[in-house]
Design a protein around this ligand. Sequence first.
Ligand code: GLU
Length: 503
Amino acid sequence: MLESVKNTGDINMNLPIRVRYAPSPTGLPHVGNIRTALFNWLFARHSGGKFLLRVEDTDMARKQEGALEAILESLHWLGLDWDEGPETGGPYGPYFQSQRLATYHSFAEKLVAAGHAYYCFCSPQRLEIMRAEQAKRKEPPKYDRHCRDLPPDEVARQRAGGVTPVVRFKTPMEGRTKFDDVIRGEVFFENGTLDDFVLLKSDGYPTYHLANVVDDHLMEISHVLRADEWLSSTPRHVLLYAALGFQPPVFAHLPIILGPDRSKLSKRHGATSVIEFKEQGYLPEVMVNFLALLGWSLDEKTEIMSRQELITNFSLDRVSRTAAIFNIEKLNWMNGVYIRKLGIDDLCVRILPFLKKGMGPRVQRSLPEGYIRAIIPLVQERARTLTEFVELMDFFFDEELGYDPQMLISKGIKSKEAAFGAFRAARQGIEHLARFDAAALEGLLRPLAAELELKTGDFFALLRLAVTGKTATPPLFETMSVLGRERCLTRIDAALKKLVILK
Ligand code: GLU
């Protein structure tokens, strides 16, 4: 394969821009899949073209329950709306390939009639033996073209005998197939390395190659933007376009996404399915921003970009040829940046489902929104994901704090008596405080530490443990003020009880 100067993707530019995301529902859509969807969507929205969703559900063996729903959910979550496809319909439908079988059959028959394809009657057993022998000879697996030149009467005889053939493409055995790729430049493959690939399977379903080419033509797709892994399929498609007399679309193969260690992206680099990111509390606008930078950049330095800025600036000539690196640390950072910019009401709406789901059994299930809104400013700076809010906030809702009573006797306040004294004094002061806010609490508790002859650090640590159950929290007085007087008193009383039973 040779690469040369990039072209700009201007071929077909006079045609209306129509692009598609064409997932196969064979599993949960991962980062790479949705990056492809996003680039197509951005390209369409930037150019005022159309974005189609076409479901390539022709592989019955690999079809997976729930995969289609997950694809739709991922796209909806990220706001990647499609102009034509499932749910929306459109003039080029149906948009499920499984509902277009008759179309593929007719094109396969045309190809056979024109001598570009042929029926192959080889049994799976024969193919298996053939492959085993090729493997023994250390040759790449490749159909040996046994049926390529069967005489017509033999074809008729076999068909009459009830054998269901597959249809194979008659790939030229010599020469090379070339195409221009917007990202990679000119690409060519030696035809001798290509197989007589199957177009129509014996189960009556087309292969990816046939269905994809036929639909891209019939749906008037102008540009095919897809992952690099499909590059080796493209010469087959180019040959098919020529055999069918169709004008091929512009191709742009998007760079592969690797982990920071430059290995194939997998679980150990973080979640890979987009739904998992949703469940882990990443914001959809962050995912869009982050995914857009996996293989595209505005200027190599701008990181934070709104959906509109991405649409305005997206172009294929800034898509890189080299692998994109998926860095979960960067995603976490970016999510934190966006979270800090959100308004309290907005954040409250987004956090609520996570709190409802994530709060432990000690938490009473009514989660008042006014209270949540008061807590948010105390923790907003520290959360990087929406799920982290659960951990940062749970003590505000805990009915019973689960800390070890032994912790009440600390380095600074070594005896039960000292702790009792401290709590009683604090309790009394708190009970009688006129205003229960952070300033008033500080005005009460700082001098009280001196009166009790305790170091403020030790006294505050003791109170913090009693009212939050934790040793590290947002600032104590703000926290207490949000908790409210009643909760603080109840929690101090609970600490006193723990002290009583402490040996
Ligand atoms: N159905 C293929 C996939 O699952 C589509 C590849 C293409 O865009 O041509 O990714």
